[in-house]
Every structure is written in structure tokens, then in C-alpha cells.
Design a protein around this ligand. Structure first.
Ligand code: SF4
Length: 123
């Protein structure tokens, strides 16, 4: 039974991912992959432990139903910055610091000194 479970793990995870925000019930999933609910429960438990899926109770047609949802992993772009010398931040020595504000005439969005400093520390 162990090898059967391992074989089906990826397939079941993929089926849950494919259902997206709609989710899928365990009964429906068991039918679609041809496993018993007992076998499927073991696999679902493993996928939950691996933090690949979650079980959520939702309302459908006025009835509560438990469905499985894939946990989405977003690969956010990484920007590494180095803050070795915080005193280099131009705002700390800027004569406009107390006038500078979003929406004001002097603002961070259009400040070339701040932009240049940010660009200089991005790796
Ligand atoms: S964003 Fe520019 S203008 Fe505003 S305080 Fe910083 S350095 Fe000065």
C-alpha cells in the first residue's frame, strides 16, 4: 500500500491544484483517481503535513462542505539591499525633510537624491 500511496501523492496534489479556488471534496477526488476513501485519506493527511494543501469548510448551496485546496506558493522577486550605513540615507541630511511628503511639492516619489541612493544599494 505504501508504494501505491507514494505514486498517487503527486497526482492527487496536481488534481487539487487544478481545481484552484473552487476546491474539491475528498469523495469527488477519490472517485476521479480511483482510490478508496481510506487510501485517499492517508494521502491527504500527508499532503496536509507537507503544507501543500489545506482542508476548509465552505458553504455551497446553503450546505457546509469540506473541500481541499492547494496552498499557493508565490515566488516573489528578491531584491537584496545592503543597509551597512544608514546615515547615508539622503533624507537624514535633507533640508526638506519636514516638508517632504506624498502629495506635497517636495515628495519621495520625485526625489532624485532618494532614487539615486536606492539604486546604489540594490544588488
Ligand atoms: S525624499 Fe528627497 S526631498 Fe524628501 S527628505 Fe528624502 S532626500 Fe529630502
Amino acid at each position: 500500500m505504501e508504494s501505491k500511496i507514494s505514486t498517487y501523492e503527486d497526482l492527487i496534489h496536481q488534481k487539487i491544484i487544478e481545481r484552484g479556488s473552487q476546491g474539491i471534496s475528498q469523495q469527488e477526488l477519490a472517485k476521479s483517481v480511483g482510490l478508496s476513501t481510506r487510501e485517499l485519506s492517508t494521502i491527504v493527511k500527508r499532503l496536509i503535513e507537507k503544507k501543500l494543501i489545506i482542508k476548509k469548510s465552505i458553504k455551497e448551496n446553503g450546505k457546509s462542505i469540506v473541500k481541499l485546496f492547494a496552498i499557493q506558493v508565490f515566488n516573489e522577486p528578491k531584491i537584496l539591499i545592503e543597509l551597512r550605513n544608514i546615515s547615508d540615507i539622503p533624507c537624514f541630511s535633507c533640508k526638506f525633510l519636514y516638508k517632504c511628503n506624498n502629495g506635497a511639492h517636495v515628495n519621495p516619489n520625485s526625489c532624485s537624491k532618494l532614487s539615486e541612493w536606492i539604486l546604489s544599494i540594490i544588488r
